[in-house]
Design a binder for this molecule. Structure first.
Ligand SMILES: Cc1cc2nc3c(=O)[nH]c(=O)nc-3n(C[C@H](O)[C@H](O)[C@H](O)COP(=O)(O)OP(=O)(O)OC[C@H]3O[C@@H](n4cnc5c(N)ncnc54)[C@H](O)[C@@H]3O)c2cc1C
Length: 311
């Protein structure tokens, strides 16, 4: 019997786990992915790397700011001074370093998709592909639209999630040896509202060719949500080359990625949710807003609610 199981090792799940560990518990985290961090992700291969999910983090909450200060002091994060108006912080050598720092020392089971979560006489039954687990308490920290399939559409918590909305985001990762006209560009009127030279962020490996990440606007992403990675690259690459003034012949690498649930547009407006029996808690960015910080605050709030319920 596991005392506390956490489903999802995104920032919400990791923040919950850290809080519980600090209170003397030993939560077990299950994640279906190969890496940890969820949408805070870095893809590596062929001598290049890309932060293809969250680009940077900012902090308004003092506790989250203190957490980032700790990562800055330990070298797993760095300031990215490309915008004088915002204090942008990135993981180094990649955004996934933030998740790794948060997950340090925790019991995280990767490649472990929880297919169903049901209440039974002794607590909660977690059904995985090759194994089953029992837990006394569970925190579910996955995107809201995926919760019903996990806990059952008839669970009383599910209707509460109905108002939550996300925008999708098609993302292009590309390498070109053309000169870089800028290091990042935010233009909310463009079909590529965000373009960043990933390789120009601090702490990236030296001798990388200019590696670019471009994000498609929600309308463009929604219209082409069924494209595969090659199709996404074919759609977005001409747009990126146009914005960079780069000759397509100088592109060395291009691959796409689809984030079906990328940025929260309508959050729940509560920091976490709990079942009537107080042994199941839900957390995620969708509780509060579209940023990493929102996920972190929600995960901590779920852990605090669980600790309160455990007495
Ligand atoms: C393209 C993009 C750009 C972004 N840019 C920024 C930015 O610049 N700054 C910013 O602050 N935020 C940004 N965000 C938003 C930010 O990444 C998210 O708000 C935050 O990372 C969400 O964390 P989370 O823990 O709530 O969810 P997630 O990161 O989605 O984590 C959920 C985890 O649950 C796992 N999971 C799901 N179902 C199961 C299951 N059944 N069993 C086991 N595991 C499961 C998943 O594998 C995943 O690891 C961006 C997001 C995207 C996609």
């Amino acid at each position: 019997m596991i005392d506390i199981a956490i489903i999802g090792s995104g920032i919400a799940g990791l923040a919950a786990a850290r809080r519980l560990a600090a209170a003397g518990h030993a939560p077990v985290i299950f994640d279906k992915g190969r890496g940890i961090g969820g949408r805070v992700a870095t893809r590596r291969g062929d001598g290049v790397q890309f932060d293809h999910g969250a680009q940077y983090v900012t902090a308004r909450d003092t506790a989250f700011a203190a957490c980032l200060d700790d990562f800055l002091a330990r070298g797993s994060a760095a300031r990215w001074p490309d915008d004088a108006r915002h204090d942008r912080i990135v993981g180094q050598p990649g955004m996934s370093a933030l998740a790794k720092a948060m997950g340090d020392g925790l019991d995280i089971r990767q490649g472990s998709e929880v297919r169903a979560l049901r209440r039974d006489a002794t607590g909660w039954h977690l059904q995985l592909a090759g194994s089953d687990h029992h837990a006394a308490h569970v925190i579910v920290a996955i995107p809201a639209p995926q919760v019903a399939a996990l806990i059952g559409a008839d669970d009383p918590l599910v209707p509460l999630l109905a108002p939550v909305r996300y925008d999708p985001c098609l993302t292009l990762m590309a390498v070109t040896d053309a000169p870089a006209p800028f290091t990042s560009r935010l233009d909310s009127d463009d079909v590529l509202p965000w373009i960043a030279q990933d390789s120009a962020k601090p702490g990236r490996p030296a001798n990388m060719l200019p590696a670019w990440v471009a994000q498609a606007a929600p309308c463009l992403s929604r219209a082409h949500l069924d494209l595969d990675p090659a199709g996404i690259a074919a759609l977005l690459l001409p747009l990126l080359c146009d914005r960079l003034g780069a000759d397509p012949a100088r592109v060395r690498h291009a691959v796409g990625h689809r984030w079906r649930y990328a940025r929260v547009t309508v959050p729940l407006g509560r920091s976490s949710l709990a079942s009537a029996c107080n042994t199941l808690h839900l957390a995620g960015d969708w509780c509060l807003g579209p940023r990493v910080e929102d996920a972190w605050i929600s995960g901590r709030a779920a852990a605090d609610a669980l600790l309160g319920a455990m007495g």
